[in-house]
Design a binder for this molecule. Sequence first.
Ligand code: SF4
Length: 271
Amino acid sequence: MSKAKNAFEIFGFLDKSNCGKCGEKTCLAFAGAVFLGKRKIHGCPNLNRQALDWFSDEPGQSIPPDQNPVDQLEELKSKIVHLDLAQAAERVGGGFSGNKLTLKVLGKDFSVDASGNLTTEIHINPWVAVPFLSYILYGQGLFVSGKWVPFRELREGRDRYPLFQKRCEEQMKKVADVYTQLFDDIVHLFGGKQVDKQFESDISVVLHPLPKVPVMICYWLPEDGLGSSLHIFFDETADRNLDIGSVFSLGAGLAQMFTKIALRHGFDART
Ligand code: SF4
């Protein structure tokens, strides 16, 4: 329960635009859910400084500071030394040989040895290395169900969705709008696969940043005066095969990588 005396006190901090980005129909509905402890205040992406300050001393309401990805990587590496890599390889859909566990990450080999050293055919970026280790250490290794769901339907995804939408979906859409070759690149450079059109999209592509965490990107071309749109879907098991922070990191990392590729070809999607 909130320290606010009632839902109206929380409502007073909201911008009252009823924009719906939090997933509720109105700001008042969102305020009510926060008051009852069903939602976190940072589920609203439009908070001003005053609101953030007011909620910062409430347990569970402040936005957890992002751990530095480099520190996070070192912490995960230190935990790998206690893991049986051969057993873990079976669980997560990888291979084990030469004392190394190897997974296919975006179609390329990515390995870790018993001392936590990483070797890979691609550049070691924290956005992929942290989810890679987290998947091996904590992933349940559930088989992919084939049921696609948006990020907000994953466990703990709802409150992070506004940020996911901004950093991942909106950014990828900007790239797809200006760089029409994007989906060919996803297929050819990252082992992606064009699949039957899903959710009536014009293009649907599936790629595997981790073996049991497929990602589907669906793109709708502009039509009848409506702008284009792009949405990202995950298998419904994604939140048990990987922690939600790492799922977010994969989406944001892919969006950044696509932006850089487009820029290399002379298409600037950063604005
Ligand atoms: S996202 Fe914030 S401003 Fe928009 S409807 Fe929800 S509470 Fe209101």
